[in-house]
Design a protein around this ligand. Structure first.
Ligand code: NAP
Length: 272
C-alpha cells in the first residue's frame, strides 16, 4: 500500500533530471501516484518524455504558463485523459537574468512583470483550472525561497515574485479550504538546478548555506520530494497555507559570521 495509491498528480516544471519537480514526481510515484507532466517549451520535450516514461506517465503536455490558451489546452486534454485530479505541483519560475543580477533599484518594469507573471500569477492561473477537476482531500504545492522573507542580495526581482507567491498560498488556502483542498509551499535551500544558474554567485550562496545551516548538509531534490510527499498526502490533512522550510534549518539563524571575521570564536561549534 502506497500513501498516494490511486491518486493522479499534475506536475508542472520538470526541465531535466536535476529539477526539483522531478524529485517530487519520483517520490510521489514511488508511493503509488500516477503522474502527469507539463513542460514549458518544445526544446524540453526530449528531456521530459524519457523521464515521464520512467514513471509510466501517460500524459505529457506542453504549457507555457504565460499563455492562457496553453493553460486551457493543458486542462482540456488532462480532463479528457484522466477525468479528475488529486493534486498539482507548481514548480515554475523565471526572471530575466539582468533583473536577477542588477541592483534592486535598477529592476525594470518589464522584468518585474515577467517574473511575477511566470513565477507567481501562474499559480493562480493553474489552480483556477485545476480546482473544477479536484475533489475533497486534494492538494496544491508550490516552490519558494527564503528571499521572500529576508534580504538575500543575489536574488533580485525573484524575491518579489516569491513574496507574491507565498502570499498567494495563504489566500488560496483560505479560499479553497472550505472545499477541503489544501495549498502549501516548500521553501527549499539552494539546490544546483538550471534555474539556480541564473542566480548571481549561486555557488557561493550554495556553499555558504551548507556550511552555516544547523544540519550542515546539501539540500537535495530527494529531501524536497520527501517533504512534498507529506504535503501532498493525507499525512498532512490538517496543514494548509503553510510555507515549510526544507533548508537544513538555515531560516532559524539570526547571525552567521565567516571564519575570516573570527566566526569560530563568535559561533563555536555547538557540539562538544
Ligand atoms: P528548473 O529545473 O530550472 O525548473 C524551473 C522550471 O520552470 C523549468 O522547467 C522552466 O522551464 C519552468 N518555466 C520557466 N518559465 C516557464 C513558463 N513560461 N511556462 C512554464 N514553465 C516555465 O529549476 P528548479 O530549481 O527545479 O526550480 C523549480 C522551482 O523551485 C522554482 O519555483 C524555483 O524558484 C524554486 N526553488 C529553487 C531553489 C533552488 O535552489 N534550485 C530553491 C528554492 C526554490 P525552462 O527551463 O524552459 O525555463
Amino acid at each position: 500500500m502506497g500513501l498516494m495509491d490511486g491518486k493522479v498528480i499534475l506536475v508542472a516544471g520538470v526541465a531535466n533530471k536535476n529539477s526539483i519537480a522531478w524529485g517530487i514526481a519520483e517520490r510521489l510515484h514511488q508511493e503509488g501516484a500516477e503522474i502527469a507532466f507539463s513542460y514549458a517549451e518544445p526544446r524540453l520535450e526530449r528531456r521530459v518524455r524519457p523521464l515521464a516514461e520512467q514513471v509510466g506517465a501517460r500524459f505529457v503536455e506542453i504549457c507555457d504558463v504565460t499563455q492562457d490558451e496553453d493553460i486551457d489546452r493543458l486542462f482540456d486534454r488532462f480532463k479528457a485523459a484522466h477525468g479528475r485530479l488529486d493534486g498539482m505541483v507548481h514548480s515554475v519560475a523565471f526572471a530575466p537574468r539582468e533583473d536577477l543580477r542588477c541592483q534592486f533599484t535598477q529592476i525594470t518594469r518589464e522584468g518585474f512583470h515577467l517574473a511575477l507573471d511566470i513565477s507567481a500569477y501562474s499559480l493562480l492561473a493553474l489552480t483556477r483550472r485545476a480546482v473544477p477537476l479536484m475533489s475533497e482531500g486534494s492538494a496544491v504545492l508550490t516552490m519558494t525561497y527564503y528571499a521572500a522573507e529576508k534580504v538575500i542580495p543575489s536574488y533580485g526581482v525573484m524575491s518579489l515574485a516569491k513574496a507574491a507567491l507565498e502570499c498567494s498560498v495563504r489566500y488560496l488556502a483560505y479560499e479553497l479550504g472550505p472545499r477541503n483542498i489544501r495549498v502549501n509551499a516548500i521553501s527549499a535551500g539552494p539546490i544546483k538546478t538550471l534555474a539556480a544558474r541564473g542566480i548571481n554567485n549561486f555557488s557561493i550562496v550554495h556553499s555558504y548555506a551548507r556550511e552555516t545551516a544547523p544540519l550542515r548538509h546539501d539540500i537535495t531534490i530527494e529531501s524536497v520530494g520527501d517533504t512534498a510527499l507529506w504535503l501532498m498526502s493525507s499525512l498532512s490533512s490538517s496543514v494548509t497555507g503553510e510555507v515549510v522550510h526544507v533548508d537544513g534549518g538555515y531560516n532559524v539563524l539570526g547571525l552567521t559570521v565567516p571564519d575570516s571575521l573570527g566566526g569560530e570564536e563568535v559561533c563555536p561549534d555547538p557540539i562538544i
